[in-house]
Unconditional design. Structure first.
Length: 72
């Protein structure tokens, strides 16, 4: 499953730090940012089938960023 989030992450350094946290805390997740997109997209794919969107949003909030699931 792939989940797509709108974020307010603006720089590569912040994105890299967040990706390290995501990959460290969520086993089986493959995540990446598209900071060139106007919505500062975070894409997360789960090898285990389900992306825990609420947990990811909470993690970004704890790090000082906003995130929301983008509708299909």
């Amino acid at each position: 499953m792939i989940e797509v989030f709108k974020t307010n992450v603006h720089c590569l350094k912040e994105a890299a730090r967040l990706l390290d946290r995501i990959h460290g805390e969520f086993d089986g997740y493959c995540a990446n940012f598209d900071l060139d997109d106007c919505d500062r997209i975070l894409r997360v794919k789960s090898a285990n089938g389900f992306v825990r969107a609420g947990c990811l949003i909470s993690l970004l909030n704890e790090c000082g960023f906003n995130a929301e699931v983008l509708a299909d």
